[in-house]
Design a protein around this ligand. Structure first.
Ligand code: AVJ
Length: 318
């Protein structure tokens, strides 16, 4: 297995250049803060829509998840961030169970988890928060034994940031840790008009642009690169064939970027207009998402959606 610095370098010397398999590079402290601003942008319908589906259906989601009233529930969340949407489900779970519940948020950003913990303490005091700072793609998360129902929450359509193989691997790994009766709650963004999709990833305030350019800043700070952020710009493309929004960072001129790592020096050459493919947001059809879940041995039990069918929240069973 390559180490992280080598993976980054190889992504940058490849043609075409791509870091889209290193999603977590977006979520340093700064990036996590910018992401919290993205979800407030008018154009970014994904978070807003998902929140409203959760608000309208939280009780039903919990009732359907815990099919047996005598069973206790615990909730695990992949890529929990600040858990602001999850608080809706946690409140419904506490109400349903009538006692405190354990919540295990997993995220690469320790600052986001700290924020999650302190805001939940105020919002839903009957939740016992047990955070794990982890990259759920590369690291195994281990759960203590539990004689009840485990619900793994994976919302925000983050599954869309991964290739099909990786997405299957992530879901299969979740499946391996669950037992009969446990469930997965998956939030996915569905296929729709590029006229809605493109602005969602290119807001007029430039927040999404800043989010992606911040990856270069992260590389400068942590991995010894010297990207000049003024010489790059953010570019978004709708790839119809793959049904995904592709996010790129484009070089504004022909230039060289240096990387000094463990006293070795590397030079990355950019042509004018050359891009680094930095992130994908896959948009799913019903068939695609069903297949993805089935490939990871999950069965769809129920789907909640919004009036436009933009976002689906899927309860899937082991
Ligand atoms: C992390 C999946 C919620 O792809 O929609 C938002 C990340 N990137 N704007 C998405 C993102 C640019 C986001 N999710």
């Amino acid at each position: 297995m390559m180490n992280v610095a080598d993976e980054i370098l190889s992504g940058l010397v490849n043609h075409p250049k791509s870091l889209s398999n290193l999603q977590w590079l977006h979520y340093d402290h700064e990036g996590s803060l910018i992401f919290e601003k993205i979800v407030l942008q008018d154009e970014y319908y994904v978070a807003r829509t998902e929140r409203s589906i959760l608000k309208s259906n939280a009780d039903e989601i919990i009732v359907k998840t815990v099919d047996n009233r005598n069973k206790r529930l615990r909730i695990v969340e992949l890529g929990a961030g600040t858990a602001s949407k999850t608080s809706i489900l946690l409140a419904a779970a506490v109400k349903h169970q009538g006692s405190a519940i354990d919540y295990f948020p997993i995220d690469v950003s320790s600052s986001a988890l700290t924020e999650a913990q302190s805001s939940l303490t105020c919002l839903v005091p009957d939740v016992c928060v047990i955070p794990q700072i982890k990259n759920y793609v590369t690291d195994e998360f281990i759960l203590p034994n539990f004689d009840g129902c485990t619900l793994v929450i994976y919302i925000g359509s983050s599954i869309g940031n991964f290739s099909r193989e990786e997405a299957t691997r992530i879901l299969s790994h979740v499946h391996k840790q669950l037992k009969a009766g446990d469930a997965l709650l998956l939030g996915v963004d569905m296929c729709q008009d590029p006229a809605v999709l493109l602005p969602a990833y290119n807001d007029k305030n430039g927040v999404t642009s800043a989010f992606h350019l911040n990856v270069l800043r992260h590389l400068n700070r942590e991995f010894g690169y010297n990207f000049d952020l003024d010489q790059f710009r953010y570019k978004v493309i709708w790839n119809k064939h793959h049904s995904r929004v592709e996010k790129h960072v484009e070089s504004l001129c022909s230039q060289q970027v240096k990387c000094i790592n463990q006293s070795e020096e590397h030079i990355i050459y950019f042509n004018q207009g050359e891009t680094i493919h930095i992130e994908d947001s896959q948009k799913f059809t019903n068939e695609q998402i069903t297949m993805l879940l089935n490939n990871a041995a999950f069965q769809i039990e129920h789907i909640w959606s919004d009036e436009h069918k933009w976002v689906n929240i899927i309860l899937a069973r082991v």
